[in-house]
Design a binder for this molecule. Structure first.
Ligand SMILES: *[C@@H]1O[C@H](CO)[C@@H](O)[C@H](O)[C@H]1NC(C)=O
Ligand SMILES: *[C@@H]1O[C@H](CO)[C@@H](O)[C@H](O)[C@H]1NC(C)=O
Length: 340
């Protein structure tokens, strides 16, 4: 292979990386088939099927390449890929639903999916102005509205971020027992400093800080969640999350955007998901070029949470070692092949 000078590669990657344009082309993924043991579900029943696995993800132009890789990884490691239904939420304002639909259908011609436009107005009025600057995307908040967006017949789903790949059967994660009352299961981290997710204003207010008085609340990751939609709807958890966002608007009780309201409502009341389903932090710290290693223990899901994303680092020709585990799921059709 002829080596292209590094300077040219860097320039090309700078041109290509910031975000995908509408002309981004993806390779067609192969068809994946159920194992003989899988229940057979009629196509028209799929969206409401309790035997199938329901997955929800948000789709936006910037992370589309990550989402495509995540979808491929889910199908590839599923025992019953044809019984998987994807519920995609896209921004009604900035994304083109027609184009997204066409891109998905061309890349995954056999995918069971539906696209739900999410109106930014739903949250923009209650997102506090203080954090609006840091807020890249109202779609971050869409996960709080899934029970209202999806058809009532969908009772349980797995919500996933776009910067991850699965290397195990998602059905195992989807089957996480939620007990008699729990609404949510997520990877929980009790060693994280929970205090730091809220401001001194919050902790010094006796009424507010009493929220956690009777609960052993721990930080949990909202990028990998199993949600009982029926219990969520009955308990009106969307409204409870919005109420905390209203409080945040009046007095600054946290610094981050969409995560703290989840901690406020569900902290100490979730089913912990085995950490194998969230080998997190692989994004590391892009500015210092820090690469993270895997945490000890088994791996079912690799999560590039943090500032660095594998596709950006691969394009820049400065990948972290573990980015090699993401690369096989990349469906982006590169304009030219570097290794031919
Ligand atoms: C959306 O994409 C379709 C297909 O490329 C195009 O025909 C249409 O004009 C686009 N609409 C908007 C609002 O950009
Ligand atoms: C946890 O975070 C709070 C607020 O950021 C800080 O004051 C405290 O010292 C931290 N505790 C530990 C054990 O690091």
């Amino acid at each position: 292979m002829k080596q292209l000078p590094v300077a040219i590669l860097m320039t090309l990657s700078l041109l290509l990386t910031p975000c995908l344009t509408e002309s981004a082309k993806f390779k067609e993924a192969p068809e994946f088939y159920n194992s003989p043991e899988c229940p057979s579900i009629k196509e028209e029943d799929m969206i409401c099927s309790e035997e199938g696995v329901h997955v929800a993800m948000t789709l936006d132009t910037t992370y589309l390449r990550g989402s495509m890789a995540a979808i491929l990884s889910i199908l590839q490691h599923s025992w019953c890929p044809q019984n998987t239904f994807f519920h995609f939420v896209c921004s009604a304002a900035s994304d083109n639903k027609t184009l997204l639909h066409a891109t998905l259908s061309a890349t995954f011609p056999y995918l069971n999916f539906r696209l739900y436009p999410f109106s930014d107005d739903v949250v923009s009025s209650i997102i506090s102005t203080s954090i609006r600057a840091a807020l890249d995307c109202p779609l971050n908040y869409a996960r709080s509205y899934l029970p209202n967006l999806l058809p009532l017949c969908v009772k349980r789903l797995v919500y996933l971020d776009s910067d991850l790949v699965l290397v195990d059967d998602i059905a195992k994660l989807a089957r996480t027992p939620l007990g008699d009352t729990h609404v949510l299961a997520a990877p929980e981290y009790c060693n994280a400093n929970f205090t730091s997710y809220f401001t001194p204003t919050f902790w010094s207010n006796p009424v507010l800080s009493a929220t956690f008085a009777e609960r052993k609340a721990c930080y949990f990751n909202t990028g990998v969640m199993v949600i009982d939609l029926e219990r969520w709807r009955v308990g009106e958890y969307t409204r409870r999350i919005e109420e905390w966002m209203e409080v945040q608007k009046r007095m600054r009780i946290y610094e981050l955007g969409s995560l703290p309201p989840f901690l406020l409502v569900f902290g100490g009341d979730i089913v912990p998901v085995d950490h194998r389903w969230n080998q997190h932090g692989l994004g590391g710290d892009n500015f210092r070029g820090l690469c993270r290693n895997l945490h000890p223990g088994p791996v079912s899901l690799l999560h590039w949470s943090g500032k660095g994303k594998p596709w950006v680092r691969l394009d820049a020709n400065r990948p972290c070692p573990l980015d090699a585990l993401w690369a096989p799921y990349d469906l982006l059709q590169t304009p030219f092949s570097l290794d031919s």
